[in-house]
Design a protein around this ligand. Structure first.
Ligand code: IVH
Length: 326
């Protein structure tokens, strides 16, 4: 017969897997009812065996006591910001600058990603366990919002282990926390009904929700994340941004589906127009694309100026034709 410990481990593995199907792949295999049944079974077993509860259990996303203030966290590698471009000419200049710096005329391969309009966070996994999560802050130090990030269902509490890659001893994952447009509107409707101030836009709503001292409040807000980069990684190495974005989902992280690998800057500019066309139909806000030199070796050669890397550029959309409120 299976011991409680084995049953608990089996249920956690199942729930993590179905969580991944639902929140990351958007392709559930079981009904919500069946999922709830598994979840309740795990909750019951853990109630009877409280000594077996561990922080990475799917039941442990909520319930931390409210904080008095946020601790500050130093980022191992600074979280930089990006240089901006608003016109095609500036993007072509960026490509020329990259080539000049590399002393090469050869076309550069770029990764083009939607630029998500939320707030940047860093998630630190030690031996596969989510240990600390922080905001970008000033890029050098951020705020420890671990408890709040743990409530976001699309953030894995432990790395998915599907034997695809060995687990790095230290993994720092960076991404953008955001609130979908529908969730933002629903939240504002509730706030209005309760006589509270409306949030001006989904980004403010996401920031306000993540920076709550009581994680029970964050848990009620529908926050989501797309991961797009790494800080320090120990025990695993990557060659390109494309490889990073392919690997992250295998560990259980959500990556934006509209990323495009481009063979030269011309293709990158086409990708910008393609993503701009999608913009109105997306259920979250983006304000441009980020164009990144794909090769990590070239990124390293290019390095950074004080504020931003030489290997990446934010190519912004022109401001939307807003509806004027009279
Ligand atoms: S890469 C050094 N990729 O834009 C590389 N950033 O202005 C910088 N952002 O603080 C980050 N989507 O909050 C990167 N696909 C994406 C992004 C993205 C949104 C934000 C991020 C960053 C800001 C830089």
């Amino acid at each position: 017969m299976q011991s409680s410990q084995e049953k608990i481990a089996g249920l956690r593995k199942k729930i993590d897997y179905h969580n991944y199907r639902y929140y990351i792949l958007d392709a559930p295999e079981i009904s919500d009812r069946e999922y709830d049944r598994l979840f309740r079974e795990l909750e019951d077993l853990e109630r009877q065996n409280s000594h077996l509860i561990t922080p990475d259990s799917p039941t442990q996303r909520v319930g931390a006591p409210p904080l008095k203030s946020f601790r500050s966290v130093a980022h191992t590698v600074p979280m930089l910001s990006l240089g901006n471009a608003f016109a095609k000419e500036e993007v072509i200049e960026f490509d020329q600058r990259v080539k000049r710096f590399l002393k090469s005329e050869a076309p550069v391969t770029y990764m083009v990603e939607p630029k998500l309009d939320g707030l940047a966070v860093e998630l630190v996994y030690l031996d596969g366990m989510l240990t600390v999560g922080s905001t970008r802050g000033d890029g050098i130090t951020g705020e420890d919002v671990t408890q709040n990030l743990r409530t976001i269902k699309s953030i894995p509490l432990r790395l998915l282990n599907n034997n695809y890659k060995k687990t790095p001893s230290r993994l720092e994952v960076r991404g953008e926390v955001f609130m979908g447009i529908k969730s933002f509107q629903a939240l504002n409707r509730v706030r209005e009904a309760e006589g509270e101030m409306r949030f001006a836009n989904p980004r403010n709503a996401a920031a306000g929700s993540l920076r709550q001292l009581d994680s029970a409040i964050t848990a009620k807000r529908r926050l989501d994340i797309f991961c797009y980069g790494l800080g320090v990684v120990e025990g695993y190495s990557f060659f390109s941004q494309g490889e990073i974005l392919q690997t992250l989902p295998k560990w259980g992280f959500k990556v934006n589906p509209h990323i495009q690998l481009c063979q030269d800057i011309g293709e990158a500019i086409e990708a910008y127009y393609k993503i701009e066309k999608m913009r109105e139909n997306l259920e979250y806000e983006i304000d441009g694309v980020v164009i990144k030199v794909d090769s990590l070796l070239l990124q390293e050669k290019l390095g950074a100026v004080p504020r931003s890397p030489r290997w990446a550029l934010a190519y912004k959309f022109s401001p939307r034709q807003g509806i004027t409120k009279i």
